[in-house]
Design a protein around this ligand. Structure first.
Ligand code: IMP
Ligand code: MG
Length: 183
């Protein structure tokens, strides 16, 4: 059963968990939160690639204060025996963030290990402030101590796809969030 077969591809999209309308409503809330951070100093919205690209694109269109966009790509290396693991920056921000209010926009917090490390790494660069907004939150799976400043949807421990989130690089382009299953 190959996912390249369009029937197989479609059959694995099990259930729409969050609709486009629901996402839109929460995206506005995220933009309102970003607006509220404005104090005359520069704001940088940081998207973590690839998963957050759709979310960040939608949020930034709703923001009404001056803001810049930055992108990072990170790879996590964790294994069962070493929960401290390592997060390697594959692509870094292209400027010094010490004069910015930085807002990390994440697609999902699962174990939280990636974001916990990333928060420390960016914190060391001494931004004016550092906030985390996550579209999705799976608190049942949490292993690292990390809490988003704004979490838009709390979801159960299911593997989800769409709106930037993938399974083996597919499904990122779905306009909604769905549960993925091969059964
Ligand atoms: P963690 O919080 O360090 O465990 O890693 C979170 C990352 O794992 C996210 O940024 C996603 O790329 C990926 N991930 C976690 N749960 C899911 C899911 O349900 N669907 C798709 N990707 C997921
Ligand atoms: Mg991700």
């Amino acid at each position: 059963m190959r996912v390249e077969d369009v029937n197989v591809y479609k059959s694995r999209i099990k259930q729409v968990l969050i609709t486009q309308e629901e996402i839109e409503r929460e995206v506005k809330r995220a933009a309102g939160y970003i607006d509220s951070l404005y104090d005359g100093k520069p704001i940088m919205l940081v998207g973590i690639l690839k998963g957050s690209f759709v979310f960040l694109a939608d949020v930034c269109k709703r923001v009404s204060v001056p803001c810049e966009l930055g992108f990072m790509c990170v790879k996590s290396y964790f294994d069962g025996t070493d929960p401290s693991g390592e997060v390697r920056i594959v692509m870094d921000l292209d400027r010094d963030i010490s004069n910015y209010h930085v807002v990390i926009c994440e697609d999902i917090i699962d174990t939280g290990r990636t974001l916990a490390k990333l928060k420390n790494m960016l914190g060391e660069r001494k931004p004016l402030s550092l906030d985390i907004i996550t579209l999705l939150d799976k608190p049942e799976r949490r292993e690292a101590e990390i809490k988003a400043d704004l979490s838009l949807f709390t979801i159960p421990d299911k593997f989800v796809i769409g709106y930037g989130l993938d399974c083996a690089e597919y499904y990122r382009n779905l306009p909604y969030i769905a549960v993925y299953s091969e059964e």
